[in-house]
Design a binder for this molecule. Structure first.
Ligand code: PAN
Ligand code: ZN
Length: 197
Protein backbone atom coordinates (compact mmCIF):
# COMPACT_ATOMS: atom_id res chain seq x y z
CA UNK A 1 0.00 0.00 0.00
CA UNK A 2 1.13 3.54 -0.75
CA UNK A 3 -0.03 6.43 1.38
CA UNK A 4 0.99 10.09 1.64
CA UNK A 5 0.15 13.64 0.63
CA UNK A 6 1.41 13.42 -2.96
CA UNK A 7 0.92 10.98 -5.79
CA UNK A 8 4.52 11.10 -6.98
CA UNK A 9 5.76 7.81 -5.61
CA UNK A 10 4.94 4.61 -7.40
CA UNK A 11 4.39 1.23 -5.91
CA UNK A 12 4.69 -1.66 -8.30
CA UNK A 13 5.29 -5.34 -8.09
CA UNK A 14 7.73 -7.49 -9.99
CA UNK A 15 6.90 -11.16 -10.26
CA UNK A 16 10.22 -12.93 -9.72
CA UNK A 17 8.95 -16.12 -11.35
CA UNK A 18 7.41 -14.70 -14.53
CA UNK A 19 9.28 -11.38 -14.68
CA UNK A 20 6.02 -9.51 -15.27
CA UNK A 21 5.44 -6.06 -13.80
CA UNK A 22 1.82 -5.49 -12.81
CA UNK A 23 -0.11 -5.26 -16.08
CA UNK A 24 2.49 -3.37 -18.07
CA UNK A 25 2.57 -4.15 -21.78
CA UNK A 26 5.81 -5.64 -23.08
CA UNK A 27 7.92 -5.76 -26.21
CA UNK A 28 8.64 -9.11 -27.83
CA UNK A 29 11.55 -9.95 -30.07
CA UNK A 30 11.45 -12.96 -32.36
CA UNK A 31 14.29 -14.58 -34.29
CA UNK A 32 13.28 -12.85 -37.54
CA UNK A 33 14.20 -9.48 -36.02
CA UNK A 34 17.72 -10.75 -35.25
CA UNK A 35 18.61 -12.57 -38.46
CA UNK A 36 22.11 -11.17 -38.85
CA UNK A 37 23.08 -11.38 -35.19
CA UNK A 38 23.74 -15.11 -34.74
CA UNK A 39 26.94 -16.44 -36.25
CA UNK A 40 25.41 -19.63 -37.73
CA UNK A 41 23.37 -18.21 -40.60
CA UNK A 42 22.36 -21.68 -41.80
CA UNK A 43 20.90 -22.49 -38.40
CA UNK A 44 18.98 -19.19 -38.48
CA UNK A 45 17.54 -20.02 -41.91
CA UNK A 46 16.63 -23.58 -40.86
CA UNK A 47 14.83 -22.35 -37.76
CA UNK A 48 12.98 -19.62 -39.64
CA UNK A 49 11.81 -22.22 -42.17
CA UNK A 50 10.00 -23.93 -39.27
CA UNK A 51 8.59 -20.82 -37.59
CA UNK A 52 9.72 -17.69 -35.83
CA UNK A 53 10.49 -18.43 -32.18
CA UNK A 54 10.23 -15.81 -29.46
CA UNK A 55 13.71 -15.12 -28.04
CA UNK A 56 12.99 -12.50 -25.39
CA UNK A 57 10.57 -9.93 -24.10
CA UNK A 58 10.94 -6.87 -21.92
CA UNK A 59 8.69 -4.68 -19.86
CA UNK A 60 9.03 -1.26 -18.37
CA UNK A 61 7.04 1.08 -16.21
CA UNK A 62 6.54 3.56 -19.02
CA UNK A 63 7.84 6.56 -17.08
CA UNK A 64 8.62 9.79 -18.94
CA UNK A 65 11.91 9.73 -20.85
CA UNK A 66 13.45 12.69 -19.02
CA UNK A 67 16.98 12.99 -17.64
CA UNK A 68 15.65 13.00 -14.09
CA UNK A 69 13.53 9.88 -14.41
CA UNK A 70 14.62 6.27 -14.45
CA UNK A 71 13.55 3.67 -16.97
CA UNK A 72 12.81 0.63 -14.83
CA UNK A 73 11.72 -2.79 -15.95
CA UNK A 74 12.42 -6.44 -16.56
CA UNK A 75 13.99 -8.41 -19.36
CA UNK A 76 13.15 -12.07 -19.95
CA UNK A 77 15.31 -14.16 -22.27
CA UNK A 78 13.96 -17.61 -23.10
CA UNK A 79 16.12 -20.75 -22.99
CA UNK A 80 17.31 -22.02 -26.35
CA UNK A 81 20.06 -21.88 -28.95
CA UNK A 82 20.50 -20.96 -32.58
CA UNK A 83 23.02 -23.56 -33.68
CA UNK A 84 25.50 -23.54 -30.79
CA UNK A 85 24.84 -19.92 -29.78
CA UNK A 86 22.56 -19.22 -26.86
CA UNK A 87 19.45 -17.04 -27.10
CA UNK A 88 20.34 -13.45 -26.31
CA UNK A 89 19.13 -9.88 -26.62
CA UNK A 90 20.10 -7.68 -29.56
CA UNK A 91 22.24 -5.54 -27.31
CA UNK A 92 22.90 -1.85 -27.73
CA UNK A 93 24.88 1.21 -26.80
CA UNK A 94 22.91 4.00 -25.18
CA UNK A 95 22.45 7.03 -27.38
CA UNK A 96 23.60 9.02 -24.38
CA UNK A 97 26.79 6.98 -24.42
CA UNK A 98 27.75 7.84 -20.84
CA UNK A 99 24.47 6.48 -19.43
CA UNK A 100 25.14 3.51 -17.14
CA UNK A 101 22.61 0.81 -16.24
CA UNK A 102 22.14 -1.65 -13.40
CA UNK A 103 20.76 -5.17 -13.82
CA UNK A 104 19.71 -7.46 -10.99
CA UNK A 105 19.23 -11.12 -11.84
CA UNK A 106 15.96 -12.48 -10.44
CA UNK A 107 15.97 -15.94 -12.01
CA UNK A 108 17.96 -18.19 -14.30
CA UNK A 109 21.59 -18.36 -15.37
CA UNK A 110 23.24 -16.13 -17.90
CA UNK A 111 25.84 -13.58 -18.83
CA UNK A 112 25.91 -9.86 -19.39
CA UNK A 113 28.32 -9.21 -22.25
CA UNK A 114 29.67 -5.66 -22.31
CA UNK A 115 31.85 -3.82 -24.76
CA UNK A 116 33.20 -0.28 -25.08
CA UNK A 117 33.53 1.62 -28.37
CA UNK A 118 37.26 0.90 -28.20
CA UNK A 119 36.63 -2.85 -28.07
CA UNK A 120 37.34 -3.42 -24.37
CA UNK A 121 35.00 -6.12 -23.12
CA UNK A 122 33.71 -7.68 -19.92
CA UNK A 123 31.42 -10.61 -19.22
CA UNK A 124 29.51 -10.91 -15.94
CA UNK A 125 27.95 -14.24 -14.96
CA UNK A 126 24.43 -13.85 -13.63
CA UNK A 127 22.67 -16.03 -11.08
CA UNK A 128 19.63 -15.15 -8.97
CA UNK A 129 20.76 -12.41 -6.59
CA UNK A 130 23.76 -11.25 -8.58
CA UNK A 131 23.69 -7.75 -9.97
CA UNK A 132 25.84 -6.03 -12.53
CA UNK A 133 26.54 -2.34 -12.91
CA UNK A 134 27.05 -1.75 -16.61
CA UNK A 135 29.33 1.27 -16.82
CA UNK A 136 28.58 4.21 -19.07
CA UNK A 137 29.91 3.83 -22.65
CA UNK A 138 29.51 0.04 -22.60
CA UNK A 139 27.17 -1.75 -24.98
CA UNK A 140 25.37 -4.61 -23.23
CA UNK A 141 23.68 -7.86 -24.19
CA UNK A 142 22.02 -10.49 -21.95
CA UNK A 143 22.60 -14.13 -22.82
CA UNK A 144 20.64 -17.05 -21.34
CA UNK A 145 22.84 -20.14 -20.90
CA UNK A 146 20.33 -22.31 -19.05
CA UNK A 147 18.94 -25.21 -21.09
CA UNK A 148 15.61 -25.02 -19.28
CA UNK A 149 14.96 -21.75 -17.45
CA UNK A 150 14.21 -18.18 -18.40
CA UNK A 151 16.82 -15.54 -17.58
CA UNK A 152 14.94 -12.78 -15.75
CA UNK A 153 16.63 -9.50 -14.88
CA UNK A 154 15.42 -6.24 -13.40
CA UNK A 155 17.02 -3.11 -14.84
CA UNK A 156 17.20 0.64 -14.25
CA UNK A 157 18.88 3.44 -16.22
CA UNK A 158 18.34 7.14 -16.81
CA UNK A 159 15.18 7.40 -18.80
CA UNK A 160 16.48 9.69 -21.54
CA UNK A 161 19.42 7.38 -22.43
CA UNK A 162 17.95 6.15 -25.72
CA UNK A 163 19.08 3.04 -27.62
CA UNK A 164 21.59 2.77 -30.42
CA UNK A 165 21.02 -0.66 -31.99
CA UNK A 166 22.61 0.14 -35.34
CA UNK A 167 26.22 0.05 -34.17
CA UNK A 168 25.89 -3.48 -32.78
CA UNK A 169 23.87 -4.62 -35.81
CA UNK A 170 26.76 -3.42 -37.93
CA UNK A 171 29.80 -4.54 -35.93
CA UNK A 172 28.52 -7.28 -33.61
CA UNK A 173 29.92 -8.00 -30.16
CA UNK A 174 33.52 -9.07 -29.90
CA UNK A 175 32.65 -12.16 -27.87
CA UNK A 176 29.99 -14.79 -28.57
CA UNK A 177 28.58 -17.15 -25.95
CA UNK A 178 28.36 -20.65 -27.41
CA UNK A 179 27.92 -24.16 -26.07
CA UNK A 180 31.06 -26.31 -26.10
CA UNK A 181 30.93 -29.83 -24.63
CA UNK A 182 27.63 -29.00 -22.97
CA UNK A 183 28.94 -25.85 -21.28
CA UNK A 184 28.86 -22.15 -22.10
CA UNK A 185 32.07 -20.72 -23.44
CA UNK A 186 33.07 -17.25 -24.60
CA UNK A 187 34.70 -17.29 -28.01
CA UNK A 188 35.94 -14.59 -30.38
CA UNK A 189 33.40 -13.43 -32.92
CA UNK A 190 35.11 -13.92 -36.28
CA UNK A 191 32.78 -11.35 -37.87
CA UNK A 192 33.48 -8.63 -35.30
CA UNK A 193 34.43 -5.27 -36.78
CA UNK A 194 35.71 -2.36 -34.81
CA UNK A 195 33.21 0.06 -36.21
CA UNK A 196 32.99 2.87 -33.71
CA UNK A 197 35.36 5.51 -32.29
C1 PAN B 1 17.11 -3.19 -21.40
C2 PAN B 1 17.00 -3.84 -22.77
C3 PAN B 1 16.24 -5.16 -22.80
C4 PAN B 1 16.11 -5.71 -24.24
O1 PAN B 1 15.91 -2.65 -21.03
O2 PAN B 1 16.41 -2.89 -23.65
O3 PAN B 1 16.92 -6.09 -22.03
O4 PAN B 1 17.35 -5.76 -24.90
P1 PAN B 1 17.59 -4.95 -26.25
O5 PAN B 1 17.19 -3.52 -25.97
O6 PAN B 1 19.05 -5.07 -26.50
O7 PAN B 1 16.73 -5.55 -27.31
C5 PAN B 1 18.17 -2.10 -21.51
O8 PAN B 1 19.33 -2.37 -21.53
N1 PAN B 1 17.73 -0.88 -21.69
O9 PAN B 1 18.60 0.16 -21.83
ZN1 ZN C 1 20.55 -0.51 -21.98
Amino acid sequence: MLTGSTTLARLFSVDTVTGLIDNQPGMKRHLSSMRGMFHDTEAVAAMLAEGDPLLYEFYDLGLPATAGDLAVGTSIVLPGKVGDEYYMTKGHFHEVLEAAEVYHCLAGHGYMIMESPEGEWEAAELHPGSAVYVPGRYAHRSVNVSPTDKLITFFAFRADAGHDYGTIEHQGFRKLVVERNGKPELVDNPAWQKGRS
